[in-house]
Design a protein around this ligand. Structure first.
Ligand code: C5P
Length: 407
């Protein structure tokens, strides 16, 4: 997805500029071309020679340099890029961007450009929290500027708090997310002619006409995956328990409540090429739903007898004649995340497991972000923390690459 993409990296003068060197190296490793603009202040932190060596290109700094202007004016600098990344984005450069000031090559290039921009802010905690910076950020966000970070932690100035530039891996994940969204909106239809089934949300297992057993699943991850597969052209059926999520464009929704209904609807959707089971299926149901609302009858609480629900993932993985080519499951774990997921992949008979930590401290359940370990037969790949939408686009991209081209 990143191969051949052209990044214009603007390095402003912050201590985090040293991380930009690592960022350049990693972008180049992924087959992207990186052209760099440095502000004057950035020269205090990293040398243009190091930047030029890693990017294997000339470094641009001067607005009024005859050679820079004649070889590569500021207009062309941005025109020849697919994405402008500002890392580190200092409070000063963000302020100049927000105000439309064009007093050096970096600011002028940003002002003279209609290309998408991703900023990775980096500054002292007080500067980040200052109403001026937050107001500038609000302006930039309203103009469609994307942002990654800053994170919290020990800052170079000795203070602790928010303002630390995101790590290169996180910036790359954001860049991937950007290009994945471009693909979503655009012409990448690698899954055209393929059929996909996605389960999402919780199931509800009735106790009586007014009560049920369920869980906190929001359906965000499953719905995002259905959206990402459909955007790549797959004919997508989304079998979902009750959620607040809107049905993604181009997806056929089959609403269900119980695990048994989810299994029946999933089997009815076969044959499919791709099955992604992201639903949080209730493991147990009450063996017999009461016809009438259970009453407090003075004899103490009712005894609920639970029976096990069918395992939809394992059932689809074991289908003989119409097993989907690729069956993907999730493993929500609170401990030994990878170890349990490796065992689960084998037990369920699926091809991939996306394992994530759902301990309450991670905020994964119901939240917007997720940290995934992709467990395949060949091994385990850990992804950096990213939004559930980014997980979805990355997974869809991976699926498209594995199945190989339109059908
Ligand atoms: O066994 P566990 O619930 O941890 O497995 C999680 C994976 O299995 C998820 O992909 C989930 O959608 C799927 N699953 C299922 N049917 C069940 C239980 C889990 O499809 N009854």
């Amino acid at each position: 997805m990143l191969q051949g993409r052209r990044i214009l990296l603007i390095i402003a003068g912050g201590i985090a500029a040293y991380k930009s060197l690592e960022l350049i190296r990693r972008l180049r490793d992924r087959g992207m071309s990186v052209r760099c603009v440095m502000t004057k202040a950035a020269h205090q932190f990293v040398t243009p020679l190091a930047v030029a060596s890693l990017s294997e290109d000339k470094v641009y700094s001067e607005l009024w340099s005859l050679t820079d202007e004649s070889e590569m004016g500021h207009i062309r600098l941005s025109r020849e890029a697919d994405l402008i990344v500002v890392a580190p984005a200092t409070a000063d450069l963000m302020a100049r961007m927000a105000a439309g000031i064009a007093d050096d090559l970096a600011a002028t290039t940003l002002l003279a450009s209609d290309k998408p921009v991703l900023i990775a802010p980096s500054m002292n905690t007080m500067m980040w929290a200052h109403p001026a910076t937050q107001a500038n950020l609000a302006i930039l966000t309203s103009r469609g500027v994307n942002r990654v970070g800053p994170g919290a932690g020990d800052l170079a100035c000795g203070e602790v708090g928010s303002g630390r530039m995101s790590e290169p891996a996180e910036i790359i994940a954001a860049i991937e997310g950007h290009f994945a969204e471009v693909a979503l909106a655009g012409s990448d239809k690698r899954l055209a002619g393929r059929r996909a089934l996605v389960t999402s949300g919780p199931t509800r297992e009735p106790i009586d006409p007014v009560r049920y057993l369920s869980n906190h699943s929001s359906g965000k991850q499953g719905h995002a995956i259905a959206a990402a597969l459909a955007a790549l052209g797959a004919e997508t059926v989304l079998v979902s328990g009750p959620t607040q999520e809107p049905t993604p464009t181009g997806v056929t929704l089959v609403p269900v409540e119980t695990a048994q209904q989810m299994l029946a609807a999933s089997e009815a959707a076969l044959p499919v090429d791709i099955a992604v089971m992201a639903a949080a299926v209730a493991d147990w149901r009450v063996d017999r739903e009461a016809n009438q609302k259970l009453k407090k009858d003075g004899k103490g609480p009712p005894m609920l007898h639970l029976v096990e629900n069918p395992d939809i993932l394992a059932t689809l993985s074991r289908r003989r004649n119409d097993r989907p080519s690729l069956v993907v499951g999730f493993a929500a774990e609170t401990e030994n995340v990878v170890g349990n997921a490796v065992a689960k992949r084998q037990r369920k008979g699926c091809d991939w497991i996306l394992a994530n930590d759902v301990s309450p401290s991670t905020g994964t359940f119901g939240g917007d972000s997720n940290t995934i370990h992709l467990v395949e037969a060949e091994g385990v790949e850990s992804w950096p923390a990213m939004t559930k939408r980014e997980v979805a686009t990355r997974l869809a991209d991976r699926i498209a690459a594995t199945l190989g081209g339109p059908h």
